[in-house]
Design a protein around this ligand. Structure first.
Ligand code: ATP
Ligand code: MG
Length: 648
């Protein structure tokens, strides 16, 4: 654990929405009197019919159930659009940056977005889409992705966004799993100057036993000549032109389904995570305002894709509920060059930037000049999400990107949790690099031994959450039993996150990675994240992944996959140097048994290291690598397999 600590800057301590005193008081209230607390926080939204009940939840098998604001009604699209029109109809809702910096971007006002959503919602209705029906969205990072999501929310259809980087097989599986009969896509996507054949992928997916699909709406993004199937495929622009700009918002029950999102699959078969309307909206909007200390008029950029939950909650829904200007970026951080993020920050005057450790490590590897040649003077707050951020990468983000002046919110959460669960709040908590700090309001984390003993005070264990929060997922689509079995049986009466976590003597939480990633070397339990952080702290190392491997003497040995900085040529000397380095940083117990250099690590399409596959390589069990459909680049695995070194 890094020992540096960054106190709350004075201007934040004085002026933040949530100061240390406010945090303590509100946090206590959120646990002691949830009904009053959530009644107040839910007032952030416009309800059609106010709720009379707040929290009706139980994690116990006998009376298991999760309902929030149960008898209230509302419409999320109306909360994102209609209610802003009078006051900020001409404010920009979405600032869109194209993949190619030479292509003109777009600035769409709330009034324009409202009109586009209504027209598209009417198009869906004209094609028979009804309340409760599943609509699959397979779209690039263009404003129409938000339009389609909001249109579904407006008419009460359930969207299932499938990341546009997924293969036809992965898409087909998701279409089938939720019985979707309509798919919305684009002719092609663009990423780093390369074309992605989205429409062709949909056609291929529909050849994979998706007979139920009778309608495909196709947005023109590149204008490529794509095959259109007569009677099935509809051109987006032609379709909406024929529709009225008036579409009443459906009155939805708080517990009516809002969307399904399949998890990224780093641990196995993707699950259709279902979120509902009221609780998710309250939770996303509240966390957005407090975590990012959001004030009206600020430009907010979450660099996640809408294909992930982070994109759902913090590119689209929460910023729009709060009337913010949200930046949407089609491209990638390293193209045309590694300065791109910071150029976009300067171009739009971004004040709050929220990104992922995987992107930061990739940029750190390219050197500081790409960052320092940009201004970034508008930035006031930085965020991180998706993986534990190594203290090394944290320090770089803080010192180089934020020039030491921007607090970093390291937000821990999951697709299942809807929005941020643990994070420092910039005006309330001193920062410790690599720590997700403190629980959000209403979240009571518990650390447990594998046997289910609660650990009090400082310690390390399995992370569970004691009680429900509004943005919790409600079920696994089509498999309620899998929902209960997966999350509520490991520790009876608690939600089990699957993650390991430490609590230090200040009460700060440190996510150590997935429980599956804990290795046991000669009886010593170690989180792989700690060894990875030690490796990444070496000046020549860009990224590292550590897994266990069977070892005759130690039970488990340590297998490290290492990617060096671009200018470094890995060799035997560096291998020896890294072994010594880890021994010095952590201790001899953490000595890697194998270090395999690799130009890249296998990652999910959301950029997370797929440790499940690395574990298989570590175990030398290469026959059954499991579901690899969510891998970003399968060639990386072939390369690792062919180059696997044997223990010395
Ligand atoms: P799957 O559940 O399909 O295997 P996944 O867990 O990668 O995929 P997500 O819901 O996107 O899918 O990711 C949640 C997980 O990401 C968390 O459980 C945690 O392991 C990790 N994570 C997210 N944010 C942080 C963070 N700030 N610090 C540490 N870990 C994080
Ligand atoms: Mg998960």
């Amino acid at each position: 654990m890094a020992d540096s600590i960054y106190p709350v800057p004075t201007d934040w301590a004085d002026n933040a929405l949530v100061t240390a005193a406010v945090y303590d008081e509100r946090y206590r209230m959120s646990l002691d009197d949830p009904d009053t607390f959530w009644r107040e926080e839910a007032a952030r939204l416009d309800w059609i019919k106010p709720f009379s009940t707040v929290k009706e939840t139980s994690f116990n098998e006998a009376d298991f159930g999760i309902r929030w604001f149960g008898d209230g009604t509302l419409n999320l699209a109306a909360n994102c659009l209609d209610r802003h029109l009078a006051e900020r109809g001409d404010t920009v809702a979405i600032l869109w940056e194209a993949d190619d910096p030479a292509e003109a971007g777009r600035a769409i006002t709330y009034r324009e977005l409202h009109e586009q959503v209504c027209r598209f919602a009417n198009l869906l209705k004209a094609h028979g889409v009804r309340r409760g029906e599943r609509v699959t969205l397979y779209l690039p990072m263009v404003p129409e992705a938000a339009v389609a999501m909001l249109a579904c929310a407006r008419i009460g259809a359930i969207h299932s966004v499938v990341f546009a980087g997924f293969s036809p097989e992965a898409l087909a599986g998701r279409i089938q799993d939720c019985d979707s009969r309509i798919v919305v896509t684009a002719d092609e996507g663009l990423r780093a100057g390369k074309r992605v054949p989205l429409k062709a992928n949909v056609d291929a997916a529909l050849g994979h036993h998706c007979e139920a699909v009778d309608t495909v709406i196709v947005l023109k993004r590149t204008g490529a000549d794509v095959a259109m199937v007569e009677g099935r495929d509809i051109d987006w622009a032609t379709g909406v032109a024929a529709q009225s700009a008036d579409c009443p918002a459906e009155e939805m029950g708080a517990e009516d389904p809002l969307f399904i999102l399949y998890t990224s699959g780093s641990t196995g078969k993707p699950k259709g995570v279902l979120h509902t309307t009221g609780g998710y909206s309250v939770w996303a909007a509240m966390t957005f305002q407090y975590v990012f200390d959001y004030r009206p008029g600020q430009i907010f950029w979450c660099a996640a894709d809408v294909g992930w939950v982070t994109g759902h909650s913090y590119v689209v829904y929460a910023p729009l509920m709060m009337g913010a200007t949200t930046v949407m970026f089609e491209g990638v951080p390293t193209w045309p060059d590694p300065s791109r993020f910071w150029q976009v920050v300067d171009k739009f005057g971004v004040e709050i930037f929220y990104g992922a450790p995987t992107a930061l490590r990739a940029l750190m590897r390219e050197g500081d000049d790409w960052v320092t040649k940009t201004s970034r003077k508008t930035l006031r707050l930085l965020g991180s999400v998706g993986e534990p951020i190594n203290p090394e990468a944290w320090e770089w983000y803080h010192r180089v990107v934020g020039e030491g002046r921007c607090p970093i919110v390291d937000t821990w959460w999951q697709t299942e949790t809807g929005a941020c669960m643990m994070t420092p709040l910039p005006g309330a908590h001193a920062l410790k690099p690599g720590s997700a700090a403190m629980p959000m309001f209403g979240v009571k984390p518990l650390l447990l031994t594998p046997e289910g003993q609660v650990i009090e005070g400082a310690g390390e264990g399995c992370l569970a959450i004691a009680d429900s929060w509004p943005g919790q997922m409600r079920t696994v689509w089509g498999d309620h039993d899998r929902f209960f079995q997966t999350y509520f049986t490991t520790f009876k009466g608690l939600y089990f996150t699957g993650d390991g976590c430490k609590r230090d003597t200040d009460g700060y939480y440190w996510i150590t990675g997935r429980i599956d990633d804990v290795i046991n070397v000669s009886g010593h339990r170690m989180g792989t994240a700690e060894i990875e952080s030690a490796l990444v702290a070496h000046p020549k190392v860009a990224e590292a992944a550590v897994v266990g491997m069977p070892h005759d003497v130690k039970g488990q040995g340590i297998y490290a996959f290492v990617t060096t900085n671009v200018e470094v040529e890995p060799d035997e000397a560096l291998r020896r140097e890294l072994v010594q380095w880890v021994r010095r940083e952590i201790g001899p117990i953490a000595t890697p048994d194998i270090i395999q250099f690799t130009p890249a690590l296998p990652k999910t399409r959301s950029g997370k290291i797929m440790r499940r596959i690395l574990r298989k390589i570590g175990e030398n069990d290469l026959t059954n690598l499991g579901d690899t459909s969510t891998l970003a680049d399968p060639a990386v695995v072939d390369h690792l397999l062919s180059e696997r070194p044997q223990p010395a």
